[in-house]
Write a protein that binds this ligand. Structure first.
Ligand code: SF4
Length: 438
């Protein structure tokens, strides 16, 4: 058995170098033991001496660069096995039924969801440091997403001092260098985080190093910010989860009020701070949301994030949910095709929307698309006629109607997409003005 020691859980360079040598030496996947130095220490067996090259499809590099951040220990060997089989001429990437490929794809999906959770869910505690401020963020990742995403956050906030602390480790940005150090096992609240920082700060920063290899593809996942799109500053608030809302979310997990629970994977309840000034409501979870269990994480959610940011709205401060909490679809082969929910389904799920609105009590309720508008206003709504202006509600709050991002994604041509996206951003700027965000 050949022992390969990687320097960290995300040692992309080390894994690539070893994989290249092992594939060329035709080493069987079962003859390799992959371990991480931090976890076990010890010496690695020397890599075989090789010269030639072999081609790995770009799609596999891209997939592997994300999946390597998964927490499953078998990922290194699984990825090596995929590369070796492709190197041997197998058309693995064209076979959707291949169990190894399916597992790697599931890992990558889970990593992307976790990275999205980190980028949209991080909140910071400001602590005084050398006469200035350092923003201290706490996050418990499901996977090893800190290194790649710390780079994105550092680029997002080039002028700030940031530290992101997790149980796996910590990342520290001072405006010029990004260092990685030890983490904190568990932070119950802001006070615990601050106390740990005050006692460990010097030790953590002294021992921090920049020596963390992450996958290039994931580090380049977010395009550089255009100069006309200033970064929204770090959200500084302590988010105390609303216990009543958490309980409602758990109860909705076993809801049978309409038939939509049957084929769906899980209930996708809303998320966001309990004191959010606005609630954004979509139609229903999509394919990815159904798999991951969080609202607005798929392509439509990513477009919404971009449009909100462009309009000066910080999604992390908003409550985001759907009119219907289960994914309605028809299966066509291996694909699941979205189906618009019927009025009785929207009405049945209105129970949960009312629960969410009662707890959040948003000043503004933003309905995205016709299903959400029907759920909020209790009547059929023609989006083109009612979008873009405040609509008074019987309870004294205000509703606002705009399009659902998936409508823009479905438009056939680029020009129409650009036009409708600009109109969505314009609507969201009105939303920003109505809630006084920005
Ligand atoms: S869609 Fe809503 S009402 Fe229907 S089962 Fe799911 S949670 Fe219940």
């Amino acid at each position: 058995m050949r022992r390969i020691v990687l320097r960290s859980e995300t040692d992309w360079d080390g894994w690539r170098q070893a994989t290249r040598a092992l594939v060329q030496a035709r080493v069987e996947p079962g003859a390799v033991k992959w371990v991480v130095a931090r976890a076990v220490g010890g010496e690695a067996d020397p890599l075989p001496e090789t010269t030639g090259t072999f081609h790995v499809p770009r799609a596999l590099i891209s997939l592997a660069s994300v999946a390597i951040q998964a927490r499953e220990p078998e990922r290194f060997g699984l990825l090596y096995s995929l590369v070796r089989r492709i190197g041997a001429g197998e058309k693995v990437l064209e076979d959707d039924t291949d169990p190894d490929l399916s597992m790697v794809r599931r890992m990558a999906l889970a990593v992307r969801a976790d990275a999205h959770r980190m980028r949209t869910g991080l909140r910071y505690l400001p602590v005084t440091e050398d006469g200035g401020v350092r923003y201290l963020g706490w996050f418990e990742p499901a996977h090893f997403v800190l290194p790649a995403n710390a780079r994105l956050l550092a680029r997002r906030y080039p002028d700030l001092k940031l530290s992101i602390v997790t149980p796996d480790g910590s990342a520290h940005w001072d405006g010029s260098s990004l260092l990685f150090g030890d983490g904190l096992r568990h932070a119950a609240d802001d006070e615990a985080l601050q106390a740990w920082w005050e006692t460990h700060r010097d030790l953590v920063l002294d021992q921090a190093s920049a020596d963390v290899s992450v996958s290039e593809a994931e580090a380049l996942d977010e395009a550089p910010r255009p100069p006309d799109r200033p970064a929204i500053g770090p959200v500084v608030l302590t988010v105390k989860p609303d216990p009543g809302l958490q309980l409602a979310g758990r109860e909705a997990g076993s809801c049978h009020r309409c038939p939509l629970y049957q084929p769906a994977t899980q209930t996708v309840f809303g998320e966001g701070p309990a004191d959010a000034p606005a609630m954004f409501i979509g139609e229903q979870p999509g394919d990815q949301e159904d798999t991951i269990g969080r609202p607005f994480v798929g392509p439509a959610g990513q477009m919404m994030d971009r449009a909100m940011e462009e309009a000066g709205i910080d999604r992390r401060m908003m409550y985001v949910t759907n009119a219907v909490k289960h994914f309605k679809f028809v299966a066509r082969g291996r694909r699941r095709i979205h189906q618009t929910p019927e009025v009785p389904e929207i009405q049945a799920c209105g129970f949960w929307l009312d629960v969410e609105r009662t707890h959040i009590r948003p000043r503004l309720t933003v309905a995205m698309g016709a299903s959400a508008a029907r759920a909020v206003l209790g009547r059929a709504v023609t989006i083109g006629r009612e979008r873009g202006r405040p609509i008074p509600m019987a309870d004294g709050t205000t509703a606002f109607v705009t399009v659902h991002p998936s409508y823009i994604l479905r438009l056939p041509d680029r020009a129409a997409k650009d036009r409708e996206y600009a109109a969505l951003v314009a609507d969201l700027r009105t939303v920003r003005d109505l809630i006084g965000a920005g």
